[in-house]
Ligand binder design. Structure first.
Ligand SMILES: *[C@@H]1O[C@H](CO)[C@@H](O)[C@H](O)[C@H]1NC(C)=O
Ligand SMILES: *[C@@H]1O[C@H](CO)[C@@H](O)[C@H](O)[C@H]1NC(C)=O
Ligand SMILES: *[C@@H]1O[C@H](CO)[C@@H](O)[C@H](O)[C@H]1NC(C)=O
Length: 474
């Protein structure tokens, strides 16, 4: 009987803490709230033959301490995301591929070659561009866009180049102003500010429809140099501010027009910070069920600029990250591989979302909300994401060998649960693994629901609570 009660209590505890086992009918009835913390609102903010950028935004920011947009960028081989600056901090993670990132740091044009797993931060207002330099390889980037500095409710790009979908910041000036500024004929300038370009992501070779940039590339080499020189000369007579602009312009053009594959590593580097490779990092936590990494501002100081952290988790098939809480930050995650399940609770302990997740799904977990993720039995679940703080994240694990319950175990906790201390100790001590543990949940269709799970599923948590009360009274 005691054994039975212990089992039930364990179930109750698991149930109360994570409510993993919601009554099925209730789940169906609230299917919309079931996806409450999935970012399902996305729009294509850039789309051309050469690539696309999709932006995921939250409409509902009720539970958020800080809002964040997540962007997914795909670029075809030999394509360029044209020079631009954003009104938001921009953190990029190279999901797959090789990129050249050019950006203005101080007065210098800096270049970085980024590879799979690399992270880089581009502060709001910095001019940058991206080139896919992977041979015959698509480039996939995941980025966090911090809209706290943006002008409107979404981020705003300012394109240095121009075109239909990507009006140049310069295009609005009267032709005569541009003629004077560039010291160039209107006809030549129209080639640059032509309206007939593909948009902000363009091919940089001849095998595709000519774009602004390919047209520019088709100019004879001497013409290009002349053009650049003229641009610079034309502007150097202007004030200091313009001088900086022209400097940037010249550097940008030289870089864009230069050979893409010249050895960037060997280029003399300025003092701009290096990128950080997440895959080279030693895991912060690792056991037989998976691993997790968290990157904060002390590991990589660039993250302090946008005040954002990064995390990366891999759970082996059927493993679970035990229920935990982030007391410092909201986290935004994207599933990179596999499938599984996530449950999030409101701080008052009621279910906020319990849903299955698969590759490409983006979820967010507000600060203070208890949650857990479980990999399906079919394979590992890998997810990556950003948190809204660059301070060391200090997740509080609620259950397991290294958990809050374990730490505060004592008569008070037992009293809090209304049970005897030895029973409580039994339950709290039962899990010998910490952080990532083996789970009993299986994705539908993969079979293998454990007896106790089936019991909980059929009864619902309230039903079990009734049973326990009945036991006590019997
Ligand atoms: C403008 O360009 C012409 C040549 O096309 C050159 O002679 C002249 O010095 C330039 N003026 C300025 C202000 O750069
Ligand atoms: C995640 O774990 C699985 C094994 O469960 C492994 O096959 C896979 O390579 C891991 N992923 C990463 C990115 O390390
Ligand atoms: C818990 O909090 C959520 C969000 O504030 C609310 O919608 C829900 O009704 C609350 N549940 C209970 C049982 O108080």
């Amino acid at each position: 009987m005691t054994k039975n009660i212990t089992t039930l209590l364990l179930l109750l505890l698991v149930g109360v803490t994570i409510t993993l086992c919601e009554d099925e009918e209730r789940e169906k009835g609230s299917s919309s709230s079931n996806k409450l913390f999935l970012m399902q609102d996305s729009k294509s903010v850039v789309k051309t033959d050469a690539g696309e950028m999709r932006l995921f935004q939250n409409k509902d920011t009720e539970f958020l301490d800080r809002n964040m947009h997540i962007g997914l960028i795909n670029m075809e081989p030999r394509s360029l995301f044209i020079p631009q600056y954003l009104d938001s901090n921009f953190i990029i993670f190279v999901r797959r591929g090789d990129a050249k990132l050019g950006f203005i740091y101080g007065d210098e044009l800096e270049e970085r070659r980024l590879k799979t797993g690399d992270i880089y931060v581009i502060p709001a207002g910095s001019v940058f561009y991206l080139v896919n330099i992977g041979e015959g390889q698509r480039l996939h980037l995941i980025c966090s866009i911090d809209p706290s500095t943006s002008l409107g409710d979404t981020f705003q790009p300012f394109y240095i180049g121009g075109g239909d979908n990507s009006q140049s910041v310069l295009a609005g000036f009267e032709p005569v102003i541009l003629e004077t500024a560039f010291n160039e004929s209107r006809e030549k300038l129209e080639r640059i500010f032509s309206k007939k370009v593909d948009g902000p992501i363009v091919y940089i070779d001849d095998s595709h429809a000519p774009s602004l940039w390919t047209k520019f590339l088709q100019l004879k080499k001497e013409e290009k140099v002349q053009h650049l020189n003229k641009m610079v000369q034309g502007q150097e007579e202007n004030n200091e501010e313009k001088k900086q602009t022209s400097w940037s312009w010249r550097k940008l053009f030289q870089s864009v027009l230069g050979e893409e594959n010249k050895n960037i590593e060997n280029k003399d580097r300025g003092d701009s910070p290096d990128s950080y490779n997440l895959y080279d990092r030693k895991h912060d936590f690792k056991n037989g069920y998976g691993w997790s990494s968290a990157l904060d501002g002390d590991d990589y100081s660039l993250l302090k600029i946008p005040d954002i952290g990064v995390f990366h988790v891999n759970l082996t098939a059927g493993s679970m990250m035990v229920p935990h809480v982030n007391p410092r930050a909201t986290e935004y995650g994207i599933v990179l591989r596999g499938s599984g399940r996530i449950q999030i609770l409101f701080p008052n302990g009621s279910n906020a979302m319990d849903t299955e997740i698969k590759v490409g799904d983006i979820f967010y977990v507000p600060r203070y909300f208890p949650f857990c993720q479980i990999a399906s039995r079919n394979g590992a679940l890998e997810f990556f994401g950003f948190t809204t703080s660059s301070k060391k994240s200090n997740p509080q694990f609620l259950v397991g060998a290294a958990s809050l319950l374990k730490t505060i175990m004592g008569p008070e906790l037992a009293a809090g649960f209304g049970v005897r201390e030895d029973i409580m100790r039994d339950v709290v001590g039962a899990q010998h693994d910490a952080v990532i543990v083996s789970s009993t949940w299986a994705a539908p269709g993969t079979g293998g629901v454990r007896e106790e799970d089936a019991y909980v599923q059929s009864k619902g948590i309230i039903g079990i609570f009734d049973d326990i009360l009945m036991d006590d009274f019997e």
